[in-house]
Design a protein around this ligand. Structure first.
Ligand code: NA7
Length: 537
């Protein structure tokens, strides 16, 4: 029996991950009433779901993958490792939720099945899977850029009778690999992190690889007491640096071209960064690795030589050599991935030479033959960036759905708003820096802008805000123009939507993080140029 009651709030937030948690905090500070919904049974979003073996921060790590809104919070938290594992990130987020008493405004295990704008009342109504309804002037979609699992439609996959897990929906109970023949499909970050861990226990691991990847040493190590003390003592300076950095981390933006150096000097830099490891590899590289083919090739050759050096069997090494522009797929940090191929219990199938024909109840069949397996790990990634918004599929003016609006591309303005969807805001949506930026910091900065926008509406007694179609078109051109300076659009990746059959294919991320925040603040300072408002009904 469906529950017919409707609760009323100023804001409904969908998602209690990193972005939704900050949204709740900020909106509370503004004195607004908020209800947050999440399908999971606790906070954390992506960090709640991704419990696969080896799951770690594979971006620039601790202590700067964190919220910056509270100096006390930063100073009281102790990070143990530079690349925190999933449980350490979740422990941090749980601490934040406890400290700020978030859970009292979050309804867990609740899927929002419908979100609909009512033009007469200028409010959104959401309906959950229990039939409960809530209405609010504003809808904030903090639904995650990497949350909607991509499960490939391969003949017979439904018939496979062994254990089958997607890395992004990993079970909470311990999974044993002992004595099992495990196939891992996918060699993105999740596959590359989990393969060496699974190989330690399993009888055999068969890696099913569609695209070989460049992966760089994670260089994970304990954070020293001195490093934590330095971060705490210099927090103001570091925070300012984060805000000015292209990726939101306390590093200097690089200005030197790879072509200014001799091949020997380049090699020396790459070797130094390789030996140290960590995501700072990319933040401390030359400025033109992602824009100049020649610069890019110099790094690609360096990594290919490293793969040949690490992997003993020349035939396996050959299959592992990537052939696209380096870093034009999401750069990956590895902990013993290439070395795992030196084990007797790990074998590699290159699906480009030996494609999957089907799954059976107990095996995967490739062109070359049948491979019996007990377990299938789907490390096949996500319908990224836009997928979770489309899964929510809100209905805007005239009942028009987002799926109808986003057929050819993900129309939006500033990566935050969509025409015909008044008073709806996205965090880390398409058209924003999202996955190219320090995600907790990016969520804070987008949410701060959204909060100011809400305040503007209230101060001016306005009932709604939405962008014009012209401003969306101009924004799309700006996003594309920035992307087209780089090599990113020239590679098939989840950044370009190429991993999902039928998805619009283009690079939908706004590059140049700190420039983006200047841009959105300029729009605000110009009285929200590119938006239209309606008076309060
Ligand atoms: P990714 O990076 O999207 O990796 C998914 C992998 O799965 C990748 O190797 C894909 O090959 C492969 N894949 C996807 N679909 C198929 C099918 N149908 N057949 C064979 N292989 C397939 O996801 P991750 O979870 O590893 O990482 C996501 C992000 O999380 C990561 O970038 C970090 O930001 C954190 P492809 O390369 O598309 O040929």
């Amino acid at each position: 029996m469906k529950n017919e009651s409707t609760e009323h709030y100023d804001v409904v937030v969908i998602g209690a991950g990193v972005s939704g948690m900050y949204a709740l905090h900020h909106l509370r500070e503004m004195g607004l009433s908020v209800r947050v919904y999440d399908g999971a049974s606790d906070i954390g979003g992506t960090w709640w779901y991704n419990r696969y073996p080896g799951a770690r921060v594979d971006g620039p790590g601790s202590p700067f993958y964190c919220y910056t809104f509270s100096e006390e919070l930063m100073k009281e938290w102790e990070w143990a490792e530079t690349q925190s594992d999933q449980s350490a990130v979740l422990a941090y987020l749980e601490h934040v939720a406890d400290r700020f008493d978030f859970r009292r405004d979050i309804q867990f295990e609740t899927w929002v099945e419908d979100a609909r704008y009512d033009e007469a009342t200028q409010r959104w109504t959401v309906e959950t899977h229990t039939g409960a309804r809530a209405s609010a002037q504003f809808l904030i979609c903090a639904v995650g850029a990497l949350s909607t699992a991509n499960k490939p439609d391969i003949p017979g996959i439904q018939d496979f009778a062994g254990e089958c897990y997607h890395t992004g929906q990993w079970p909470h109970e311990p999974i044993s690999f002992e004595g099992k023949r495990v196939a891992v499909l996918g060699t993105g970050s999740s596959g590359i992190q989990s393969i060496p861990e699974i190989a330690r226990e399993a009888a055999h691991v068969t890696v099913l690889q569609r695209t070989p990847q460049y992966a760089f040493p994670a260089g994970n190590r304990p954070i020293t007491a001195e490093e934590m003390a330095h971060a705490r003592e210099n927090w103001d300076v570091l925070r300012e640096k984060m805000n000015g950095n292209v990726a939101g981390f306390p590093c200097d933006n690089q200005e030197r071209s790879a072509l200014d150096d001799t091949p020997e000097q380049r090699e020396a830099l790459y070797e130094r960064l390789w030996q140290r490891g960590g995501f700072n590899f990319f933040l401390e590289l030359y400025s033109d690795i992602a824009t100049s083919e020649e610069a890019n090739l110099s790094l690609a050759d360096f990594v290919r030589a490293k793969i040949r050096e690490i992997v003993h069997d020349p035939e396996t090494a050959r299959k592992l050599l990537p052939d696209y522009f380096v870093i034009t797929k999401r750069p990956i940090l590895e902990n013993g991935y290439f070395d795992a191929y030196n084990r007797d219990n790990v074998s590699l199938i290159d699906l480009r030479e030996d494609p999957i024909e089907r799954f059976n109840t107990t095996s995967v069949v490739t062109r070359s033959g049948e491979h019996p397996i007990d377990m299938l790990v789907l490390a096949t990634g996500y319908d990224a960036i836009s997928g979770s918004m489309l899964r929510l599929n809100p209905k805007g003016r005239g009942g028009k759905s987002l799926k109808e609006r986003w057929t050819d591309r993900f129309h939006n303005y500033l990566g935050i708003t969509v025409s015909d969807f008044p008073n709806l805001f996205m965090i880390h949506g398409p058209g924003s820096p999202g996955v190219f930026y320090n995600m907790p910091l990016g969520a804070e900065r987008q949410m701060d802008w959204i909060g100011q926008c809400m305040r503007h509406l209230s101060d001016q007694s306005l009932g709604s805000i939405e962008p014009t179609v012209e401003s969306e078109d101009a924004w799309a051109n700006e996003v594309s123009a920035l992307a087209n300076i780089t090599l990113f659009p020239r590679t098939d990746s989840w950044w370009t939507g190429a991993n999902i059959p039928g998805k619009p294919r283009y690079f939908s991320v706004y590059l140049g993080g700190s420039i983006y925040y200047q841009r959105i603040n300029d729009v605000k300072d110009k009285g929200y140029a590119g938006f239209t408002f309606e008076p309060k009904n």
